[in-house]
Ligand binder design. Structure first.
Ligand SMILES: C[S@@+](CC[C@H](N)C(=O)[O-])C[C@H]1O[C@@H](n2cnc3c(N)ncnc32)[C@H](O)[C@@H]1O
Length: 218
């Protein structure tokens, strides 16, 4: 059976108008990021709303993020989780971190967000060695796809039992279902297959944005 309906521009505008609770700073950040040549790396507003909703209903307070870019997902999550939350965000590009910090500061969440400015694999090792095992309530994987399987395994160490892991781009523009896949799409496909059979977790792959896998660590 095919998908239920196609979201055209008009319907998408409707979703943005009625399906999210926008914030002027988030809106401004979306506008600045849209001017960048790679602005599409930013998660969509409705995805951020959904992730914030998940954080609220699970009372998540300790958030781990792989891939900050200009800070949209991290800002949305910090706002959703509230003043008593803490985020640890992994990002290798200093220029992006500077843009993110500008908006985090404007929104009053900068002090609650720690950035590990390094390659994410090295940052994971740092977290393991510094007592962050079973620490996080919620992790979001949205950086390079080559290492996505390793990030998933690190998350299973760093996220507590009962915590949530969300993985972005699991449909990779539909390429995961094609016969001939790029290296990136193939890495994601391998991870999707592993998660489906992984009895350490409960899972659901949902076709929002570029595909999100929702993982519950048992
Ligand atoms: C898709 S973007 C993240 C988008 C972001 N979550 C948002 O909502 O706007 C991916 C980010 O991962 C970063 N990145 C890629 N490979 C990385 C690595 N090996 N270690 C740390 N960061 C990495 C990139 O610099 C980029 O900022």
């Amino acid at each position: 059976m095919a998908n239920k309906f196609f979201i055209d521009e008009k319907l998408y505008s409707y979703i943005l108008e009625y399906g999210i609770r926008d914030n002027p700073i988030l809106k401004e950040l979306r506008q600045e990021t849209a001017l960048l040549h790679n602005g599409k790396m930013q998660i969509t507003a409705e995805q951020a709303q959904f992730m914030g909703f998940l954080a609220k209903i699970t009372n998540a307070k300790k958030y781990l993020e792989f891939g900050v870019f200009t800070g949209y997902s991290s800002l949305s999550m910090a706002l959703a989780m509230g003043n008593d939350s803490q985020s640890v965000c992994l990002e290798k590009n200093e220029n992006y971190i500077q843009i993110a910090r500008k908006y985090w500061t404007k929104a009053g969440v900068n002090e609650r967000i720690k950035v590990l400015h390094d390659d994410a694999l090295k940052s994971c090792e740092y977290l393991i060695k510094n007592n962050y095992l079973n620490y996080f309530d919620f992790a979001f994987i949205d950086s390079d796809k080559n290492n996505i399987m390793k990030y998933y395994e690190y998350c299973l160490l760093l996220v507590k039992s009962g915590g949530i892991i969300v993985i972005d781009n699991v449909l990779f523009h539909g390429e995961v279902a094609q016969e001939n896949k790029s290296t990136f799409a193939n890495s994601i496909h391998e991870l999707n297959k592993l998660i489906q059979l992984d009895n350490r977790v409960e899972m659901s792959l949902i076709p929002i944005a570029d595909g999100l896998s929702l993982i519950y660590k048992k």
